[in-house]
Design a binder for this molecule. Structure first.
Ligand code: F0G
Length: 451
């Protein structure tokens, strides 16, 4: 097989700054060992998130110039609407400033005390928005999806038996919808199979539940279906997307992922009553229904991005280049979540640093060390983020779309392997300050004297 090259050439560049280990020691000390406290110029390779960090294409920048900034009935909205409904043929498309705004509006309409909403795994903003209304968010991913080392092609699948027991226990009248996250970010960026989507649809039909997708990484999920599921190899990604969305009654979307833009989102619904309520809430906090929380030019950039995301050369490069990073570090012995997900590589810090107890945050220790060793910024997804309910101690290296080249990634591989080789020297950490909610963003750490 030939090298998978980046299917684009570079027209505009942004410098990144080299720093010495001594400089990074001082930057991270000033940030209280919290990577969210760093300035971006202090980071060489930023793998904190794949959200809103994409490089836009020359066609997207050209589309920005076409943006129609009219308050009502903007041309940009109709181009956006056309692009969305070509892939996601829902009746109502409501633009929002990002994914969580779509979630906030949806759950304000359908959530509330006594309600329960299942998902494969709720992303943290989805869970928070559901819980904010007094409802309960329930995760029902298959058992294989909870075991980092176990190989399974669709670890994002929902456990259908668990869904049925959940419906029995909860009572169908308390379940306003079933959600499904494509790909399953909190479970390692793992895809959901078409068969699983069909099986969930069957259960939804039986109980008359609307099925709503969290569609942030829908194109990556569709590509996994194409390459891993029997019967889809000859279908285009667009055909696969159309089948996926044919099973849903709506979706929430963060355009900051698979619409290749830096800001934006939307809520799609088929139900007229829900859509009318959602638009009323939209006007209160986001804006008029033909722009939502966005400028006309943002809607145009999304329209072009939704077209580009379906290009199979792009998706091949995207999925393969993420896998390349995972494959190389795993071959050197670094334990990771397998198989590699679509948008990120997740290092299993608990397995890599068995001498650091979870009370001393192995994920945070590793994330800080990757910064000190090479200026790489990843993100702890473990006990710092989820406290005692953390199921794994991971460091996520999320890959921005179309931003870094293979030599950047080769450098990341060298740094990770270097840290792995002296893993026994790493010391754990304690939290010495934390806010009341979402502590991972602002808490302060201190190294322990001994593990
Ligand atoms: N759903 C999923 C699966 C997500 O990954 C995200 C964001 C959201 C919803 C919310 O979208 O940020 O536009 O409001 N994930 C980012 C991440 C923040 O780093 O994984 P948003």
């Amino acid at each position: 097989m030939k090298t998978i090259i980046e299917p684009f050439r570079i027209k505009s560049v942004e410098p990144v700054y080299m720093t010495t280990r001594e400089e990074r020691e001082s930057f991270i000390r000033d940030a209280h060992y919290n990577l969210f406290g760093l300035k971006s110029v202090q980071v060489l390779i930023d793998l904190l998130t794949d959200s809103g960090t994409s490089a836009m294409s020359s066609n997207q920048w050209a589309a920005i110039q076409r943006g129609d900034e009219s308050y009502a009935g903007s041309e940009s909205f109709f181009r956006f609407y056309q692009a969305v409904t070509e892939i996601m043929p829902f009746k109502h498309v409501i633009p929002t400033h990002q994914g969580r705004a779509a979630e906030k509006i949806l759950f304000s309409v359908i959530g509330g005390e006594g309600k329960q909403i299942p998902n494969n795994t709720h992303f943290d903003t989805t869970r928070a928005n559901i819980e904010f209304t007094g409802a309960r968010a329930v995760d029902l991913v298959i058992e294989e999806g909870k075991n980092p080392q176990l190989i399974h092609p669709f670890k994002g699948n929902m456990d259908i038996d668990a869904l049925r027991s959940f419906i029995d226990e909860t009572g169908p009248e308390n379940i306003p919808c079933v959600m499904l996250t494509l790909t399953n970010n909190s479970g390692g960026g793992q895809p959901v199979s078409m068969q699983n989507i069909r099986d969930i649809r069957k259960v939804c039909d039986e109980f008359k539940f609307p099925l709503i997708f969290d569609a942030c990484r829908f194109a990556e999920n569709a590509y996994f279906i194409k390459i891993r599921e029997d019967g889809f190899g000859d279908k285009s990604v667009k055909e696969i997307c159309l089948e996926i969305f044919s099973y849903a009654d709506g979706c929430t979307m963060s355009a900051k992922k698979d619409a290749l833009v830096n800001i934006g989102g939307f809520l799609c619904l088929n139900d007229d009553d829900w859509a009318a309520k959602a638009r009323n809430l939209l006007i209160l906090t986001e804006g008029f229904p033909t722009y939502g929380g966005l400028a006309g030019r943002d809607l145009d950039a999304i329209a072009v991005g939704l077209h580009e995301i379906l290009e199979e050369d792009y998706l091949h490069y995207r999925i393969r280049s993420t896998e390349y990073l995972g494959e190389k570090i795993n071959a050197a012995g670094v334990p990771i979540v397998l198989p590699v997900g679509g948008h990120a590589v997740y290092i299993d810090a608990k397995a890599m640093l068995p001498h650091i107890p979870t009370t001393h945050f192995p994920g945070q220790t590793l994330a800080v060390e990757l910064y000190l060793a090479g200026g790489i910024r990843g993100c702890e997804i473990g006990s710092v983020m989820f406290g005692k309910s953390a199921q794994m101690e991971l460091v996520r290296l999320a890959i921005p779309r179309r931003v870094y080249t293979q030599s950047h990634i080769d450098y990341v591989i060298e740094v990770i392997i270097g840290v792995y080789e002296r893993r026994n020297e790493l010391r754990g950490m304690n939290i010495i300050y934390q806010p009341e909610v979402l502590r991972h963003f602002t808490c302060h750490f201190k190294y322990v004297d001994t593990n």
